[in-house]
Design a protein around this ligand. Sequence first.
Ligand SMILES: Nc1ncnc2c1ncn2[C@@H]1O[C@H](COP(=O)(O)OP(=O)(O)OP(=O)(O)O)[C@@H](O)[C@H]1O
Ligand SMILES: [Mg+2]
Length: 243
Amino acid sequence: MNDNTEKQDIILKVERLEKHYQLEKVTIPVLKGVDFEVRRGSWVALLGASGSGKTTLLNILGTLERHDGGEIFYESRPYSEMDRARQVTFRRDNIGFIFQAYHMLPELTIMENVQLPGMFQGRNRCELRSRAEELLVKVGLGHRLRHRANELSGGEQQRAAIARALINAPSLILADEPTGNLDSKTGAEILEIFQRMHASAEHPVTVIMVTHDRSIASLANQVIELRDGCICEENDLTDRGIK
Ligand SMILES: Nc1ncnc2c1ncn2[C@@H]1O[C@H](COP(=O)(O)OP(=O)(O)OP(=O)(O)O)[C@@H](O)[C@H]1O
Ligand SMILES: [Mg+2]
């Protein structure tokens, strides 16, 4: 692989990333100079103790929060150059979020929940409906299309959340402990669906998944561990020929 090809293959580059929170007069440093790179199409597990800054990092990568120092490059374009309006379209068009608590709108049917990010993109209603249905069938919810989100089990809501994250065909999926609220059997099913969809997507999808579970992390190509605001471990399993 020549230098150029290698550069094109990096979807996300994080350099000396810093983030702190200010509580009255107290400054709480959370990220103290985090560096890592993510290759397009890879599956990254983000580990770290509670309070180590995993959600903060994911929110910053997803442009839900601003960083205070350093830089993030998405396909070589710096985040700091995006204004608020650009952040919204960037997020809508490139990023899919999956949260531990699902965050489905309870009064809407799952078809409506899944279509929502596509509506913000102004897509054709008919095409959007058939895409949502296709995704919901793929995650095993073809028999629940007209159910409201609050009429579904946790595992079913998380499946629907995977479909919702994929509706705009994002290049990057940010998942914050997506199996954290589920029993281990349901969690394993969700991961399997997720992996299957990752493998079968029409274009390479990169996944960054927060987990506390090292057995889940062992499924990843790359493991990043946050400790004391820094990356204390980064294993690229692809380089070691494991994946
Ligand atoms: N809005 C905020 N204001 C002040 N401090 C915050 C804020 N959000 C997070 N923090 C602090 O930043 C640190 C990192 O929080 P974060 O939620 O990123 O941790 P985490 O690694 O996701 O933890 P968990 O595994 O429990 O979800 C914590 O000490 C937290 O108290
Ligand atoms: Mg968290």
